[in-house]
Each structure stands twice: as C-alpha cells, then as structure tokens.
Design a protein around this ligand. Structure first.
Ligand code: SF4
Length: 588
C-alpha cells in the first residue's frame, strides 16, 4: 500500500520517490461519493473513468477504498451539511488506515478552496469544477509532498511539466484529451444502455438564489460536432437513451454563434443518430425556451415528450426579485405553446418556497400557476441562503420558518393532487418503457421509465397477473377499484393470456432485461409512479441483439407507443400509437 510520504516527514521524500511510484502501479482502490445533481453524477462517472485509466480499481464501499473522492454540491444548505457529516466520519477511517487518501472536488470545493483544508486537515486533495481531469496527478502530488489545493478560476489545461517526479505521460495525454472536450466519452457509466452527455458548463444568468455561476463559471458550450460524435460513439456502445446536461441547456451554443438557436439543431442532430431511441435534456430556462426548440422537440421522434421547466415562483414580483427574466404569464404561454406542439407532453418543474419577502399573496400566485400548468410532478424546495448570492444578503426579509413550513406543505398537496390526476388519466393506456430491472423492494415487480420520464412498476410476466406495487400492495383496476383487472388483462381473458404451463418464464424468456424496451399496460397510478403489466417486448438491449420483431415498425425505428389499450376482443391483436401512426400489436 502506498504511503503518504508527507506524513512520514520531509527528509525521506527524495529517497523514496522511486518506491512510491513503483507502489503506485500496484492496484489501489477508489470510491467516489457524489452529492447533488445529475451534472455532478456525470462528473463522478468521468472521475471514475480517469482513476480506472490510471490503474486504480473501484472499491465495493467507502470503508475498503484506498482513495475516497467526495464530489460535492453547494446548491442547498443540507447538501453542505451532509458533506461535512461524511467528512467527519472519514477522519477516523483515515487515521486507522495509513496511506488512505481523501480528495474533495466539485462545487463546494470550488467555493471553499484552501478553507476546506483549514477546516479538515485529513483532506489530501482539493480540486475544483474546472480541473477534474487533474485528479490522478493531484493524488500523486499529494502522496509526495502533502496536501494539494488546485482550484482554477476557469476551465484550463494544466499539465505536469515533463521530468517532474511522478510525471506520467499517459495521464497527461488523458488530461490533454479531457481538456479538449473528450472527457465526456470517458465516463464510467452505471448502466450500459443510458448515458449523460454534458453539452455545456457554467451559467451566464444571475438568479438571486443560485451559486452556480460562482462555482461553475460562465457558460461554455462543448463543440457541436464533438457532441454528435459522442452520441454516435455511445450508440455504438449500446446506449439507446441519452440525457443532455447543462445549467441552461436551451442557451447551448450562444457562446459559439448567435446566428441560430443551436440547441434546436443539437436536438435534431442527436435525435437522428442511429441507435439512439430516446433523447432527454435538463434543464432549460423558461426565458430561453424558443419556438425553434419546441419545434425540434415536436418534430424529432427520439426527443421524449417531457419538459422540465423550472418555475421557481408564480409571483411576478418574486420572479423579478429572483432575476428570473420572465413573468408567470409568459411562462404559461410557453407551456401552452409546448403543449400545442407536443401532444401528451409531461411537464415537471422546480419551485422555491419562502424566497425572501415572499408574501401570502405571492405564494397564492404560485399555487394558481401550479394549478393552471397541471404539472406531472415538481421538485419543491425551501429557500436556503447560499453564501455569496444576492438572496443571502436579504436577511431583513427572510420569511419565518413556520410560515415557510406551512406554505411548503400546502404546495406539496397541490402538486401531488396535480400529479395523481395526470397519472390517473394514463390508466388504461399502453406505454413504452425502458426497462431498468427488478424493483429493489420486490423482485417480482420490475421497473421502467416511460418516454414521459414516469417510473412504472410492472409485472414482468404475462402469466403473473396484474402488477402489485413494489411494497406488494394490490394493483387497482381502471377507476381505481382495489383488485380490479385491467381491461383485456390477465385474469379477465384467461383464454388470451398465456399461462406458465404454455409459455414458461415469459418475462425473462422473452428477453426482458435492463435496457430492453417493452410496452406496459397501465392499471393504476400514484402521485410518483404508475403500475401496470407487461404487454410486449419492443427491443432488446444491444448486447442481446437490439431489435425484436415488431409488426409494422420501421427498421431500427424509434418507437413512441403511447396509446389507449385495445378493447378486450377475445383476440390478442390490438393497435397502439407509435410516433404518429397506428401499428398493430400482438398482445401476449
Ligand atoms: S439559470 Fe439561474 S438557477 Fe439555473 S444555474 Fe443559472 S443562475 Fe442558477
């Protein structure tokens, strides 16, 4: 095991350098813990790829790792608190384990820099948001000469000069590639069938509550061609669903050209990549949601019918104080335009409760917009003052905690009511799901995501009866009657649905596995998920051959089967809307 030489004393450093780097080539293990958003999750995938490329292996848990990396978030106070809690626990672990290294990166590290070391002397490396490709080098440097802080003001290329002890040309090459926009392709993905693509870093806006511009810097778009090439490469590796990530995705390319909205072009280009069946993106800013983007969403089959459009507040006065750049009316007009263009659009949002000076009347405006927008779901947050933001200095107008708590509970109630009503409207429909696998709580129930991004718990076998929720609760039939059978579903048509005796293990036998696409009949709904049962396998994951027979489907086509279930007819044939056509489907 590699020793941290600075802990042995400076006198021995030079003599032991050779041994250190011999030891470094032995397999060390790492564990990356991520706090915060999908952007951080994806950064962590890239950190894992960099460490693996440097010869380290992933540890099964934090306790057994030689290198622990904490990828931090500072968007909300509770993320800060959780991080410091983890850091405290790591102190005793590192004391009991000589040679263990702790690296802290991400947004909070970018904000705190040196101050982190002063607060926690057991940290070996602090790195920021602009130089994550430097982690392998920084770990080596820290092992040689003690704790290292490297936080840059902007994304830049920093390479070790050749000849420096520990210089590793391979890692430099990797870092050079990373700083030339190839880092995205290096991600160590959790699943082989879905991937994130970071299209842009930073943000040019100045929302009063947000610290992102401070810690991520101004908007920098990755080159268009690189992104399309990355999508092609991912499709070649078996990825069928990509999610485009950025702080303000629909302003993508503004730093490249102002002549045309490049985000719309990017949606079309990535949607046209062979093998990519689904394109998602998060998050767009309402003020930058242009008609061209809505048109690209509507006209590109692969782009999913889901728009996450952060509202933050429904009060024009509060929106102004937040520096959001739109009014509630303008927001609702954009929602209406998107709904007109994209039938069956799912709409989700972010809302902050208790922004400084928010009155009861402001809050009621928010409730009114929530009711009118008809959200499928919403992330609701209590305002949390972030150091360095404009809102953090509005201490004189902070809303009392008990008022915020009351408003928060009322908002959640309205959002849940909207969610359950939108979900109940889907009972009886057939949805295409990207299969994620058996539920963690009940292996007899599988989970998947619809094109609208909704979680579905479904029975994986035609023969196993209507789905139960992951906790084992009985499914409800149309209308919500407990124990109800879906129209045309198992039990109601025993002459139609195959039995185990004739069909064997139907679910897995038919190739159902994580990464498959299947249609599911929706039989029940909850505020945060749907319940149903398997109808038909649509496509296999790439490692199992990709396509399955689909009557009427285009070769390699991208399915969009969201439709009303066929009426029971005693025949296993029905029809389902795929894209803008009806195609026959064989039930069972
Ligand atoms: S758009 Fe506003 S909330 Fe979003 S990252 Fe930029 S500053 Fe933060």
């Amino acid at each position: 095991m590699l020793l941290s030489l600075h802990r042995l004393g400076g006198w021995c450093i030079e003599r032991l350098q050779g041994l250190v780097f011999l030891a470094w080539t032995m397999a060390r293990s790492f564990y990356v813990r991520t706090f915060g958003c999908q952007m951080n999750e994806h950064d962590s995938e890239q950190l894992e790829a960099l460490l693996s490329a440097d010869g380290l292996v992933r540890a099964p848990d934090l306790q057994s790792a030689d290198v622990v990396v904490l990828n931090t978030c500072c968007i909300r106070e509770n993320a800060d608190n959780r991080f410091y809690g983890h850091l405290g626990h790591l102190k005793s672990l590192s004391e009991a384990k000589p040679g263990m290294q702790i690296a802290v990166g991400g947004c909070l590290a970018q904000r705190e820099g040196e101050a982190l070391l002063e607060r926690a002397g057991h940290i070996d490396v602090v790195f920021g948001t602009h130089n994550l490709e430097r982690l392998p080098q920084l770990l080596k440097k820290a092992a040689l000469s003690g704790p290292v802080v490297e936080v840059l003001d902007a994304r830049d290329r920093v390479l070790e000069p050749e000849g420096l002890p520990g210089h590793d040309p391979a890692v430099n090459e990797l870092a050079a590639a990373a700083s030339h926009d190839a880092l995205g392709a290096l991600a160590a993905r959790r699943v082989p069938y879905a991937a994130w693509i970071t299209i842009q870093r930073g943000c040019d806006n100045s929302c009063a509550f947000c610290t992102v511009p401070q810690v991520r810097g101004p908007e920098v778009s990755r080159p268009f061609d690189v992104l399309v090439a990355e999508a092609r490469a991912l499709a070649g590796q078996g990825v069928t669903e990509v999610t485009l990530l950025g702080q303000n995705v629909n302003s993508y390319g503004r730093d490249i050209t102002r002549r045309r909205p490049l985000f719309a072009d990017l949606l079309r280009a990535i949607g046209a990549v062979e093998g990519i069946r689904r394109v998602r993106f998060t998050s767009p800013h309402p003020k930058d949601l242009r008609p061209e983007t809505i048109a690209a969403m509507a006209e590109t089959d692969a782009v999913c019918e889901h728009l996450h459009l952060p509202l933050q507040s429904g009060s024009n006065r509060v929106l102004g104080a937040m520096h959001r750049g739109y009014t509630a009316q303008r927001y609702l007009e954009k929602v209406a335009a998107a709904r007109d263009a994209i039938p069956d659009l799912a709409l989700t949002t972010d809302i902050i409760v208790g922004f400084p000076s928010e009155t009861e009347s402001d809050f009621e405006d928010t409730l009114a917009v929530v009711a009118e927008a008809g959200y499928d779901s919403a992330y609701t947050f209590v305002f949390s003052p972030r150091p360095g933001t404009a809102a953090a200095s509005m201490t004189g107008s902070f809303v009392p905690d008990e008022v915020v708590a009351d408003r928060f509970a009322r908002l959640v109630e309205v959002v849940d009511r909207s969610g359950i009503s939108r979900h109940r409207a889907r009972i009886g429909q057939i949805e295409e799901v990207l299969v994620e696998g058996p539920s963690k709580r009940n292996a007899d129930v599988w989970t998947g995501r619809t094109r609208q991004g909704k979680l579905v718990h479904f029975s994986p076998s035609f023969a196993s009866g209507p789905a139960r929720g992951p906790g084992g609760q009985p499914a409800r039939g149309p209308g919500g009657q407990p124990g109800g059978q879906p129209a045309g579903g198992p039990g109601s048509q025993s002459n139609v649905w195959p039995s185990p005796a004739t069909s064997g293990d139907l679910g897995l036998h038919r190739g159902l596995r994580p990464g498959s696409y299947a249609t599911v009949q929706v039989t029940d709904a909850a505020p945060h998920h749907l319940v149903g049962y398997l109808r038909e396998l649509v496509a296999l994951p790439a490692d199992a051959g990709g396509e399955v027979r689909r009557p009427g489907s285009e070769p390699g086509g991208r399915a969009r089967p969201v439709g009303v279930a066929p009426e029971p007819s005693g025949s296993p044939e029905g029809s389902v809307a795929v894209g803008r056509r009806l195609i026959p489907v064989r039930v069972g």
